[in-house]
Ligand binder design. Sequence first.
Ligand SMILES: *[C@@H]1O[C@H](CO)[C@@H](O)[C@H](O)[C@H]1NC(C)=O
Length: 397
Amino acid sequence: MQKFCYFVLVFSVSSLVFGHLKCHRPKHTTLSSIVEHGYPAEYHRVITGDGNIVVVFRIPYSPKLHNMNAKRPIVLLQHGLMSSSDTWIASGPNNALAYLLADAGFDVWIGNTRGNVYSRKAKKPSWKFSWHEIGYIDMAAIIDYALWKNGQKQRSLHYVGHSQGTTVFFVLMSLRPQYNEKIKTAHMLAPVAIMKNINSKCLRCIAYVCRPGSLMNYLLSDEASITWKLELIMKFLKKYDCPLLANIFHEKDMNKTANNIAIRHFPSGGSNNQILHYLFNIRSGEFRQYDYGPRKNIRKYSSKRPPLYPVERIKSETHLWYSDADTFTPVVDVLTLARRLPKSILHRMPDPKWSHSAFTVHMQVRRFVNDPIIAIMKRYEQKKPKKHIMRNIRYIL
Ligand SMILES: *[C@@H]1O[C@H](CO)[C@@H](O)[C@H](O)[C@H]1NC(C)=O
């Protein structure tokens, strides 16, 4: 336990020091990867409600289908914590979700969170945000932008999120429920909301050290998070044998080439508050808004404790893709969440060793995740509009 706390201290202090180092512009971008594989790619800068800039990539159509003038249903892909749009293209054209969707006739949009390696463009970056703001402000902006820019008068889109990409969906859809009308089907890969049953001394220790009101919390909050190299972190993890964190980079059955692409900018940047917010939820066991400590909470929320996210309001068709081996999303917590969502469909991964990042870079990701998701979206698109069905029924009667 002491060892872990020491690790946390070193980790956090280094984060303070290195967080301020300038981040270099990535050489190999999502954009160039897409182009290298012969697909059309676009780069969009979306201005969010509070004046931030987030970068969104797009594969507008498939070169195999030549469908630039056909109706192409929009789909939005959103990556996880400290990750980037690279997640969705890492397994290449034959396996990665972004390419498969394009080849299935979709207009594919790939988001980036504010402050990550691609979105680090704001003139005066402020790090006073957690995934709350990313969901509430940025995801809303990206959804509206994609619907508008597609130009085919589509009113709704399909959504796929991984890890934090699911958390931001839950935030937006519970607090701005009118956005549910803009969702056709939603796919939560490794859904992170309730984190009550996380069984890891390592994380619980970190959560304790960084609790609201603690010195570590004071030092870390509102700062840019670590941008130094993954190898350094891996060294730490191996040395202190933190099996939970190793779960993110777990090696078995993983497409190593793809993983190297997915994590080429890892950790791709953001605010420490994103991590802190998760740690608060681990401690409280509940899916709550950001905890500023009792005094500021009263000013902000008119209550000492931050309010719960009202997930009962998420009316979208929400598919939860989860696994037994994913330490960040204990099965019990996923099931609790599913019971609270009005329209949830559960998909348990058959492989008991399926880990957190397996949802994007597993050798079998196409077979067990990507193809089934595309089948669900296609089924939705092929459904006749309700009015049609009603008329037929009346005719038969
Ligand atoms: C693994 O990733 C590489 C690099 O993107 C890709 O070319 C290959 O098809 C992938 N293989 C599988 C089985 O996902």
